[in-house]
Ligand binder design. Structure first.
Ligand code: 5GP
Length: 198
């Protein structure tokens, strides 16, 4: 066995990426996944209707409320939360099985879910992706044109509460420019992979 095999963990890292709606999580995550081999994104479940261009099984597992409730009752979700009036949850078995193969798993989930995962699995690496300012977040949300005015207002007021939870996270990454944010994210993961198992 090599020296690094003896001293480093064999299971994958569990990475939580949270941040307010509109901060650019999807763009950062797509670029990060394309440039950081060994990390996969967990496809989570939601009761929200698919947006245009979204595909079942690729973007989300789109479920009706009854099926979502069944999964909750059967303990099939690692965590779940109500976000902007819809339910979202993380499939437990997929996460556990993937980590067991030594692959790193990234969960793109909201702050309630992120903190729930951190409580259940304290070794999870919780990363908060923040906008440069609340004004910039509003501008990004409005330029997206996928949500109604009511949705935008709700997402903005939720964002203010989410930003207050930054101190509960392990890392703060500002999404000022896509490339810089991705570089910072990659540095965090590379450093975490080099940690010595105690
Ligand atoms: P959207 O509807 O814009 O795709 O997602 C809304 C929010 O729900 C985002 O912050 C997203 O990260 C979060 N989310 C997606 N999947 C999950 C999940 O499984 N659990 C939790 N707690 N949040 C999720």
């Amino acid at each position: 066995m090599s020296i690094s095999d003896t001293h480093r963990r064999r299971k994958g890292l569990l990475i939580v990426l949270s941040g307010p709606s509109g901060v650019g999580k999807d763009a950062v995550l797509a670029e990060f996944l394309a440039t950081c081999p060994g990390v996969v994104r967990c496809v989570t479940a939601t009761t929200r209707a698919p947006r245009q261009g979204e595909e079942p099984g690729r973007d989300y597992h789109f479920l009706d409320l009854d099926e979502f409730r069944r999964m909750v009752e059967a303990g099939e979700l690692l965590e779940y939360a109500k976000v902007h009036n819809n339910y979202y949850g993380t499939p437990r078995k997929w996460v556990e099985d993937t980590l067991a193969t030594g692959t790193d798993v990234i969960l793109k989930i909201d702050v309630q879910g992120g903190l729930a995962v951190k409580k259940l699995m304290p070794r999870a690496i919780a990363i908060f992706l923040a906008p440069p300012s609340v004004e910039e977040l509003e501008r990004r949300l409005r330029s997206r044109l996928t949500d109604s005015e009511r949705d935008i207002e709700k997402r903005l007021s939720d964002a203010k509460g989410e930003l207050e939870r930054i101190p509960d996270y392990d890392y703060l990454v500002e999404n000022d420019s896509l490339q810089d944010a991705v570089d910072r994210l990659r540095c965090i993961i590379l450093a975490e992979r080099s940690k010595i198992e105690r």
